[in-house]
Design a protein around this ligand. Structure first.
Ligand SMILES: Cc1ncc(COP(=O)(O)O)c(C=O)c1O
Length: 445
């Protein structure tokens, strides 16, 4: 081989990159490559426009490569590339925290920054534990998650999370964790638009857990108001309210993981607002920068923050943080994204699109192999029947076909397809997504 050929082979080599949450061998046999994006579309290296049915990974809520966000990042990169958030700070960190606090419900107005949803969840769990500790209730160490929950991939997140493949390979996880049951029942909820009628009573399982462990050992409960990654599972009507009431009764903190539901997915800044339930801590990430720069964070109630503000003033109150907490590029992107959400009224737009999404998604009912369709906000989950002995293969093929044959990006997990386009999606594009998907589902039957 000539030297040029060796170089060409190395630069085009697919071997080195170990892709996350991807079957690497199957991917490298038929790669799905994306090299550019604008608004609702990706573009492949050979110039094919591919419709984004999942807002990136539930994050590009304002669409891709929006000019104001691009310009804000470019300006920021030229002005201040980095400044530490430990003992120092830059002005945009305060500006963004204030903007996020203004969007959050109730007295949730103290914002701790990190860089991802996983870090946000681990941060929230640590704040909950430390909160009880500083108040002299250090016996409250138990964390309660939920089956089918997804709280990222840190050890805290997978411990309270409830997805077996994310847990089983990784040892003993955190000690002292218990789980509520999942809220999904196909028998009682199949083909529901919005929040199902059945299932509020499942929140009462928290009473059973309290009876088993005693409230004095329990620090916090963490749930996604709508579980996105495990297949778009909206909360049963009244479920979150009951969870809040039981947490209040026993002094247990309630954490909403709004990494997917934050910033408009359910027609509000946060799902907490849609459901009229105020948690003690909210985890956010993804949509805060419309996916343009990694960022996550936790919003805490003022009283919770105040509990830490004691002791000598020169001593750090919370021994936690990341080198890239409140990174200047992320803050600039976040401010520009929040401006876009406001100026284009995208949360309200999501609310108006909800029935359009729901009707379009339900057109899949009755197609071969479709076991359930669920919708809420600008999101839909579609369960397919597995082929005998090959769980997940049908959905995987659906994703491949969608990309290669229909120019559509969808997300699959197990045998579930998730659809959650950017909130700028037009009604015609919603119809296009589900027409393409119907053809794909027929083709993989
Ligand atoms: C509810 C929820 N929490 C946490 C995470 C983890 O976020 P990240 O991948 O940014 O770490 C996700 C990612 O999809 C999520 O959906």
């Amino acid at each position: 081989m000539t030297e040029t050929n060796v170089l060409a082979r190395q630069t085009n080599d697919l071997d080195a990159f170990w892709l996350p949450f991807t079957p690497n061998r199957a991917f490298k046999r038929a790669p799905r490559l994306i090299s550019r994006a604008k608004d609702m579309h990706y573009f492949t290296p050979d110039g094919r426009a591919v419709l984004d049915g999942l807002a990136g990974l539930w994050c590009s809520n304002a669409g891709h490569n929006r000019d104001p966000i691009v310009a804000a990042i470019q300006r920021q990169a030229a002005e201040l590339d980095f400044s530490p958030a430990f003992q120092f700070a830059h002005p945009k960190a305060f500006a963004l925290a204030s903007r996020i606090a203004a969007l959050a419900p109730g007295d949730l107005n103290r914002v701790f920054f990190c860089n991802s949803g996983s870090e946000a969840c681990d941060t929230a769990l640590k704040i909950a534990l430390a909160y009880h500790h500083v108040r002299g209730e250090g016996s409250r160490t138990r964390l309660i998650g939920r089956e089918r929950g997804y709280h990222g991939v840190g050890f805290g997140g997978i411990s309270v999370g409830g997805m077996v493949n994310n847990r089983k390979f990784f040892g003993t996880l955190l000690a002292g964790v218990d789980h509520l049951p999942a809220t999904y029942s196909r028998e009682h909820q199949a083909f529901t638009k919005g929040e199902p009628e059945w299932g509020a009573h499942l929140a009462d399982e928290l009473e059973r857990i309290v009876a088993l462990h005693d409230a004095s050992t329990i620090a916090a409960v963490i749930v996604e108001p709508m579980a996105g990654s495990t297949g778009v599972l909206p909360p049963p009507k009244g479920y979150l309210q009951r969870l809040r009431a039981i947490c209040d009764k026993y002094g247990i903190l309630l954490i909403f993981d709004e990494v997917i539901t934050g910033f408009g997915r359910l027609g509000h800044a946060f799902a907490a607002e849609r459901y009229g339930v105020t948690p003690d801590l909210i985890c956010f990430a993804k949509g805060v920068t419309s996916g343009a720069v990694p960022m996550g964070g936790v919003i805490a109630r003022e009283s919770l923050y105040d509990a830490f503000m004691r002791g000598p003033e020169h001593v750090i109150e919370l021994f936690h943080g990341y080198t890239y907490s409140a990174h200047p590029l992320a803050c600039a992107a976040g401010l520009a994204a929040l401006d876009l959400y406001r100026d284009e009224d995208l949360f309200e737009r999501a609310k108006k699109l909800e029935p359009v999404m729901a009707d379009a998604a339900m057109t899949l009912k009755g197609l071969p192999g479709v076991l359930d369709v669920r919708t809420v906000g600008v999101a839909a989950g579609i369960d397919l029947a597995s082929r005998p002995g090959a769980v997940g293969l049908r959905a995987y093929e659906a994703m491949e076909r969608a990309f290669h044959d229909e120019d559509l990006v969808i997300r699959v997990g197990g045998e579930t397809i998730a659809i959650a386009p950017p909130l700028i999606v037009s009604e015609a594009q919603i119809a296009e997504i589900f027409e393409k998907l119907a053809r794909v589902i027929r083709a993989v039957n």
